[in-house]
Write a protein that binds this ligand. Structure first.
Ligand SMILES: *Cc1c(COP(=O)(O)O)cnc(C)c1O
Length: 349
């Protein structure tokens, strides 16, 4: 007898990088596929995409495109540090928990120092403790604060909270890196401008969401302080992160920015997560674990329920930030998929 239970589903909640390429990114990808163009980023698409970032962020920043977020974060941190420096990040930060030591590898040994804080956000007092703990020659000198916006557990730093951390950094001569794998989700949720959430708040470098927002491949790196980008192109090339047919990363980026799709995609994902949260909050057996502010809902479920949902073909992670289930929404999440998931949860309970 054939099983009626699907083992694969068209929409999943495991990660926003399960989603496909959004129409606008795909449209520009196809447009860029007409005729030849100069390689290694010397093409018109790359020029236009970089200029569009400068316009949207209201600053003449240096812009680079790499294949993924791990490379963006690692190479950026490496460029801000010498090997004897250290980077202060949250204990749940992607650079610590999900990059297989790439930041340390790329920087020839810069050490990550782990700070604490509620809801995945750096607590300035704990950051200050780490900065001032030691000043002797035997300890790796703190040089960068790395923060994630939105955080790994789907929460947000307000502009004031960002300012508190960046003021602390300035005061002690540190630089500030923002992991913005979900920067657009934060942007639309906070209703601020890209400038207000980055360089105007004291951020030196932003690694900006391409893949999770709706691209097939590719993250952007924005150096608001151009001096910090010195020789960064060489670093990308040496690390195997200089795409020779660069236009196939930059053109989809231009598509996202020029059409506003990056904001619409983020808004949609956030709205879907709000709907999912609302549905789940009516089920007494479940506990929502963090304030839902962007496109993820973290929920504590009984283990038998998790097992049953997996058996029914649902995919999601249970090790990110907590031992609860992380349910992510993306540009293509539908209310139908959410209703199906919620129905399966109710049935299984
Ligand atoms: C997904 C993600 C990244 C990038 O991961 P890659 O798999 O290397 O593209 C970086 N930071 C955070 C917070 C992420 O969620």
């Amino acid at each position: 007898m054939l099983s009626t239970r699907p083992t694969t589903r068209p929409v999943q909640f495991a990660s926003d990088n399960y989603s496909g390429i959004c129409p606008e990114a795909l449209d520009y990808l196809l447009k860029a596929n007409q005729g030849d163009a100069p390689a290694y980023g010397d093409d018109e698409w790359t020029q236009k995409a970089a200029d569009k970032f400068r316009e949207i962020f209201e600053i003449d920043c240096e812009v680079f495109f790499v294949f993924n977020g791990t490379a963006a974060n690692s190479l950026t941190l490496a460029s801000l540090c010498q090997s004897y420096h250290s980077v202060i990040c949250h204990e749940l930060a992607h650079v610590e928990t999900d990059e297989c030591g790439a930041p340390e590898f790329a920087s020839n040994g810069s050490k990550l120092l782990l700070a604490q804080g509620d809801h995945g956000k750096l607590d300035p007092a704990d950051v200050q403790r780490l900065i001032t703990k030691r000043t002797d020659i035997h300890y790796p000198k703190p040089k960068v604060i790395s923060l994630t916006q939105a955080t790994e557990v789907g929460t947000l730093y307000t502009p004031d909270e960002l300012a508190a951390l960046t003021d602390l950094a300035r005061h002690h001569g540190l630089k500030v890196h923002m992991d913005g794998a979900r920067f657009a989700n934060a942007l639309v949720a906070l209703g601020k401008t890209p400038a207000e959430l980055t360089w105007k708040a004291g951020i030196d470098v932003l690694c900006c969401c391409g893949t999770k927002n709706g691209m097939g491949i590719g993250e952007a790196i924005l150096f608001f302080d151009r001096a910090l980008a010195e020789d960064f192109a060489y670093r990308c090339k040496q690390a195997g992160q200089l795409c020779s047919k660069m236009r196939f990363i930059s053109a989809p980026w231009l598509g996202l920015l020029e059409t506003g799709a990056w904001l619409r995609n983020a808004e949609h994902a956030n709205r879907m997560a709000a709907y999912l949260e609302q549905q789940l909050s009516t089920i007494p057996e479940l506990e929502i674990l963090f304030p839902r502010q962007v496109n993820g809902v973290f929920v504590q479920m009984p283990q038998p329920l998790i097992d049953e949902l997996y058996r029914r073909g649902w995919k999601f992670y249970t090790f990110i930030g907590t031992d609860g289930a992380r349910l992510m929404c993306a540009w293509n999440t539908t209310t139908e998929a959410i209703d199906e998931l919620v129905k399966d949860i109710r049935d299984a309970i």
